[in-house]
Design a protein around this ligand. Structure first.
Ligand SMILES: C[S@@+](CC[C@H](N)C(=O)[O-])C[C@H]1O[C@@H](n2cnc3c(N)ncnc32)[C@H](O)[C@@H]1O
Length: 210
């Protein structure tokens, strides 16, 4: 297991992730606040009403609960992660009437095809050993008319980008070329593909046609 994956499994990180780690590192990487990322996630996923949401690699549930608060009726959000310490924090810090958490591997989702109205994975594909398999799994469980959204690293060819790639390869974080996710989405028949670049991160969303 590489350094990045070991770090994500550490109880000490789970304890500080939502309040300190994520706000600081993601602000440095993207120039964006967690509040802005959360609001944009609700918009990108078209969340409302009785939708069923799957938040892959949910960490301590810091997005899962927020996403669930945009729902009503029979709507719910499930957060899936492999890290027991992260899930323990999720249950403690981000429980709610429309939220559930599940331990699992993003590369083999324990769900039938096409059952979620919205599927997302924020800040994690660069940690997952086979991120393309994980993205294919997200698409597989997405219902017709559903929305998918990811946040991942992206390649920047300037000195800051070169430095971040060196740190990334040392620690086990992957840096993706810009066209990987839009191309993969298009190959799987997704439409309305939108990609936004913020410093070292890319935000990509799309729809599965009805
Ligand atoms: C940086 S946290 C992201 C948390 C949250 N999504 C966010 O945006 O703040 C990355 C999470 O990915 C999880 N993770 C990494 N590989 C995974 C896999 N193969 N399956 C499920 N979760 C995984 C880690 O356990 C960790 O909780």
């Amino acid at each position: 297991m590489n350094l990045a994956r070991r770090t994500m499994n550490a109880p000490a990180l789970a304890a500080v992730y939502e309040r300190a780690w994520r706000p600081t590192l993601f602000y440095l990487a993207s120039g964006r606040t967690t509040a802005a990322d959360r609001r944009d996630a609700v918009t990108a996923l078209h969340l409302e009403g009785s939708k069923k949401v799957l938040d892959i690699a949910c960490g301590p549930g810091n997005f899962t609960k927020y996403l669930s608060s945009a729902l009503d009726g029979d709507g719910y959000a499930i957060g899936l992660d492999y890290s027991t310490p992260m899930l323990a924090r999720a249950v403690t810090d981000n429980a709610g009437p429309r939220v559930g958490y599940l331990r699992g591997d993003a590369r083999r989702l324990p769900f039938a095809d096409g059952i979620f109205d919205a599927v997302c994975c924020f800040g994690a594909l660069y940690l997952i050993p086979d991120p393309i398999a994980a993205t294919r799994e997200m698409i597989r469980v997405l219902a017709p008319g559903g929305r998918i959204a990811i946040t991942a690293s992206h390649r920047t060819d300037n000195p800051f980008g070169h430095a971040s790639r060196m740190v990334g390869s040392w620690s086990g974080l992957r840096v993706f070329d810009n066209d990987i996710f839009p191309t993969l989405f298009a190959e799987h028949g997704l439409v309305d593909i939108d990609q936004r670049i913020h410093r070292l991160l890319q935000y990509v969303s799309a729809s599965r046609p009805e």
